[in-house]
Design a binder for this molecule. Structure first.
Ligand code: SF4
Length: 475
């Protein structure tokens, strides 16, 4: 795949997908995704008899919470302040980055350590920090590798999914200045050595959050590595940034999400580390930050909340829909162009970055429903993609003239029994009878795109209506 798709966001889904399909390395990296993460998700749901009810419950909590989100955010703000933390509201990515830079500068910070956070990817925080002269160190193993490689994450929970062990070994060997052994364990040991030193000298730790509990002011971090805990515990200042939709009202609701999140993401019953961070270090405590800042990011979410695609805010970023999707499993994450890939990315990127600019994404789906079946909160992703397609087709100038003409003629024919009969008679007497194989290998003009990668079924040799009459059938 072109290096720029690995490195930069773009609006070229079709070109990037073609590159991805030709990229042998990427294809090898994606080869077993359906049999590993995809299959584990199904097995984990099947092994938990009440998983369906839990997923319904998780969905209902999200729905109820969003119905009164402003109140829950106010409660969260009050809880965090009560514990001595500070709360900042950011309208957009630039606002959030500036707030973080101001906090880091005020405490004289030069280096920050980060645990994995898609929200920080969404606001391009690393770039903003570097521009401000602040070193940002990714401490999740996958993020560490792709930061060294200069890549973007290609998966919500496995950011280096597009790389194989040999690719990681090459990148980390360059970083080490020596040939590292090509085993995942040795490479992880190298990352651990490098990162310990960064943890020990970082001024600020930045995390995202999987959930924020309004009634207690608790930030919940779910991970399979110990880096999130070190990011919170070692530096003097902790900044957590999350989208406003991550709020849940009560602590008693958290287990519902923890049970479905791990099962959906990796097939685990529970992730290895679930950290509940409630406020800064209190007197007598041995570790923890002296300052805690919570940044609540809007970045278009309030607008989505009042619109027809509100359900996209239910997403808990587990990545299960990516693993289940036949499109993602073939083209990987970078082809989608935005921060969020896969089926949910095909919904979120048009919402955050503009529908017309990302007009291919709502069509990057077979609408097979595998994403919805895998989703721990049962988001109706196919319905949302269809809604986006409808919105797109209502955009003036978005459809080429020949498609408008074709759809217009089709609609007319479907409304007129006579036109329908004539058109089907014509199709069967021409292409239907001339074609022997039953398949059209090449369509003309603007239709050729369909047959560039697959055949098109030819019209039947005889209309159903004619067969019915010939057989003397009666209704
Ligand atoms: S849409 Fe559902 S399956 Fe996809 S990442 Fe979000 S929560 Fe997970």
């Amino acid at each position: 795949m072109s290096t720029t798709y690995h490195q930069h966001e773009h609006h070229e889904f079709l070109a990037a997908s073609k590159d991805a399909l030709r990229d042998g390395n990427l294809q090898l990296a994606l080869l077993n995704l359906g049999d590993t993460l995809g299959a584990r998700n199904k097995q984990a749901y099947a092994a938990l008899p009440e998983s369906d009810l839990l997923r319904e419950r998780a969905r209902a909590i999200k729905d109820e919470t969003l119905a009164d989100l402003a109140t829950h955010i106010e409660t969260l703000e009050a809880s965090v302040k009560r514990l001595g933390g500070q709360v900042h509201f950011a309208d957009d990515g630039a606002d959030a980055c500036q707030t973080i830079i101001d906090i880091v500068r005020r405490c004289g910070g030069k280096r920050v350590v980060k645990s994995k956070s898609m929200t920080t990817e969404e606001i391009h925080l690393n770039h903003a920090l570097e521009t401000a002269g602040i070193e940002a160190v990714e401490t999740d193993f996958g993020e560490f590798i792709i930061q060294k490689a200069g890549h973007r994450p290609s998966h919500l929970v496995a950011p280096a999914l597009h790389m194989r062990v040999a690719d990681a070994q090459k990148v980390l060997s360059e970083d080490a200045g020596e040939e590292l052994p090509a085993t995942a364990e040795d490479l992880a040991a190298y990352a651990r050595r490098r990162l310990r030193e960064k943890f020990a000298t970082a001024d600020v730790g930045i995390t995202g959050a999987n959930f924020a509990v309004a009634e207690t002011g608790t930030i919940v971090l779910v991970s399979n590595e110990g880096n999130a805990r070190l990011t919170v515990a070692l530096p003097r200042v902790h900044i957590a940034i999350l989208g406003i939709e991550k709020v849940i009202p009560k602590l008693e609701q958290l287990p519902v999400f923890l049970k479905v999140l791990a099962r959906a993401a990796t097939g685990q019953k529970l992730s290895v580390y679930t950290s509940l961070v409630t406020g800064k270090r209190r007197s007598g405590e041995l570790d923890g930050p002296e300052e805690f800042h919570l940044i609540l990011l809007d970045n278009g979410r309030s607008k989505i909340l009042g619109g027809p695609l509100r359900e996209s805010l239910f997403c808990i970023r587990c990545g299960a829909c990516l693993n289940a999707c036949p499109i993602y499993r073939n083209v990987g994450g970078h082809a989608y162009g935005g921060v969020y890939a896969g089926p949910i990315g095909a919904v979120l990127t048009p919402l955050y970055d503009g529908l017309v600019a990302n007009h291919h994404l709502p069509h990057a789906s077979s609408l097979c429903g595998a994403c919805q079946a895998a989703c721990p909160v049962k988001i109706h992703i196919p319905d949302m993609l269809v809604k986006l397609r409808e919105q797109l087709h209502a955009e003036p100038g978005e459809l080429p003239w020949y498609e408008r003409l074709a759809y217009g003629m089709w609609a007319r024919a479907m409304r007129s029994p006579l036109a329908y009969r004539v058109s089907t008679w014509f199709a069967t007497r021409t292409i239907g009878r001339l074609n022997q194989s039953g398949w059209l290998r090449r369509l003309p003009g603007p239709l050729h795109g369909w047959t560039a990668a697959r055949d098109f079924p030819a019209p039947a040799r005889e209309r159903f209506r004619d067969w019915w009459d010939r057989e003397g059938k009666e209704v």
